[in-house]
Ligand binder design. Structure first.
Ligand SMILES: CC(C)(COP(=O)(O)OP(=O)(O)OC[C@H]1O[C@@H](n2cnc3c(N)ncnc32)[C@H](O)[C@@H]1OP(=O)(O)O)[C@@H](O)C(=O)NCCC(=O)NCCS
Length: 172
């Protein structure tokens, strides 16, 4: 498994099949998905399939979400990183989306911002991208705070999957 980037307390690495229980812990918690459209998982096999998709995506596209583990003890705490979005969102297609999702037990400790910042540096310094984008629901105050703090700028509000969202752009 390859380490892609790091921050003071975090390692962002490629997903491995053994991350499925961690992903299940994440996505079976309705609180984690409160501001996200994805379904609450009810079975570990769904998480296994999700992890397999992320691994395949990275192999095919060179970019995919990354597992986030604590440097101190290698514990899986969630995911962060880029996703090459091939579906159209807010009139954009084939763009790099910056995102993050952490276990509720690890919220409020600055990991969200730290992982976003590591992703930002990776996107511009390592991949040489010109732009990254992000989407957050209009009422997701914490996520919007992270996106602004990392350097992204809100551009417009739009309807997506039946919910109001803010579109964020980050430039190199
Ligand atoms: C959104 C999420 C990633 C935030 O991660 P986090 O590690 O808790 O965030 P941080 O600790 O880095 O906090 C970022 C900022 O929000 C503030 N904040 C954190 N939790 C907060 C809360 N419950 N209420 C108000 N402010 C809060 C922090 O004080 C910090 O502000 P500061 O920069 O002024 O200090 C995390 O809650 C999560 O994984 N949620 C579920 C998945 C999700 O919603 N992903 C984003 C989809 S757009």
């Amino acid at each position: 498994m390859k380490i892609i980037c790091e921050s003071p307390r975090l390692i962002l690495r490629e997903f491995i099949p053994a991350d499925a229980p961690g992903v299940f812990a994440l996505d079976s918690n309705p609180a984690v998905l409160q501001f996200i459209g994805s379904p609450v998982l009810t079975d570990i096999t769904q998480a296994e399939a999700l992890v397999a998709r992320i691994i395949a995506e990275r192999a095919e596209r060179g970019v995919a979400r990354l597992a986030v583990v604590l440097k101190s003890n290698q514990t899986f705490i969630g995911w962060a990183g880029l996703k090459l979005m091939t579906e159209e969102v807010n009139g954009h297609c084939d763009f790099h989306d910056l995102g993050y999702r952490f276990l509720q037990s690890h919220w409020g400790q600055g990991y969200g911002f730290e992982a976003a910042q590591a992703t930002w540096d990776y996107a511009f310094d390592q991949l040489g991208l010109e732009r990254v984008y992000a989407v957050a629901r209009t009422n997701h105050v914490v996520s919007q705070k992270i996106l602004r703090k990392v350097g992204m700028v809100s551009k417009n509000e739009f309807e997506w999957c039946g919910e109001r969202h803010v579109w964020f752009e980050g430039r190199r």
